[in-house]
Design a protein around this ligand. Sequence first.
Ligand code: SF4
Length: 458
Amino acid sequence: MALAFTSSSAIHASTSSSSYQQPKVSQLGTFQPLDRAQILSTALNSRRRLAMKPLNAEPKRNDSIVPSAATIMAPEVIEKADEEDFEKLAKELQNASPLEIMDKALEKFGDDIAIAFSGAEDVALIEYAHLTGRPFRVFSLDTGRLNPETYQLFDTVEKHYGIRIEYMFPDSVEVQALVRSKGLFSFYEDGHQECCRVRKVRPLRRALKGLRAWITGQRKDQSPGTRSEIPVVQVDPSFEGLDGGAGSLVKWNPVANVDGSDIWNFLRAMNVPVNSLHSQGYVSIGCEPCTRPVLPGQHEREGRWWWEDAKAKECGLHKGNIKDESVNGTVQTNGTATVADIFDTKDIVTLSKPGVENLLKLEDRREPWLVVLYAPWCQFCQAMEGSYVELAEKLAGSGVKVGKFRADGEQKAFAQQELQLGSFPTILFFPKHTSKPIKYPSEKRDVDSLLAFVNALR
Ligand code: SF4
């Protein structure tokens, strides 16, 4: 497989060795669930073939994958991603195994699809692709800020699978401008978006402009704030593919429904090389300055951009996961209808804005308060309703008052300015003797975790 880049450095493979043929629309629409035994048998046969000739063994590492070489390889077949009903396909594949989904993705898109590899446990995607026995491509974003262990894994993976990872680099002029004007660690001060945009999102955008589909390792359990609804396949809501425009790129998430623990069982069972940072407590791995180990029981996303709000923890690569929560007083999200209020129980005090403003004045605070800032339409607020109600029952008569403040609509600006609201739900503890409320820092919202927080501060 010889690789070439367009003048805008988009990834494009000029392979002709693959047996892949671009399917017609009619074929795309007639999905037949794959027989797993058949797939595994194919995979085993493929492994035997691979022993003779490794997948993606070509090209050799050479200048053809350096973006400055501007060779344009024209696509042969132009079929927009939105010509197939991918919502329907996602439903059909909802219960399929990652291997089946991967096989379907590679079958449909051949050389026009590539796996996005971050250097963490998404190495499982490469193993699944390998097991399908089909040719596959892998690209990675080298931000220039990765851990040495991640670079080491890249090298190990290339050797293990006999592949060449197609690295994408940030624009040097943009990096230079950012670092010269704001320093090397500006993300700690004004958020990670700007740096991620330069070092990750724009290189990714360039990469995707050379593809019709990509494969990610996103899982629902990775981030309750942003990834709880990802389908196994979707028209990419954020990026464009080779043909340009909305609907020109398809995003496959073969492990969307898989738990992190099952990914690890798979990696161990298949003896897949993994990032050595995992053995040092790292779960989610990104750039070195923005990744840290987590403690047992901590959510993996707490190891990423920990100084920022949990809801916004997407680097821009999957920003389509973040829903629009702009509100105007009533209850809505994504066009859904009005929903009933939540946290309705005698043990939870409904606070108005003047009530909260009183709480903010220490002299008016006679007892400590725990207050949730919520929006009734927010699925994460709904998900914690049971535990918050139970907590209120437990705290009734204990000297700690439990309240709620609906902070969407016209209250949102006030809550953002005065109450540290970043996303819903935000939980605040107003100590009896301290003026400033303390924000609950974790995404774990079970009764015991919340109670431990209260007891540590009361
Ligand atoms: Fe920059 Fe951190 Fe984003 Fe990496 S993860 S691109 S270092 S802000």
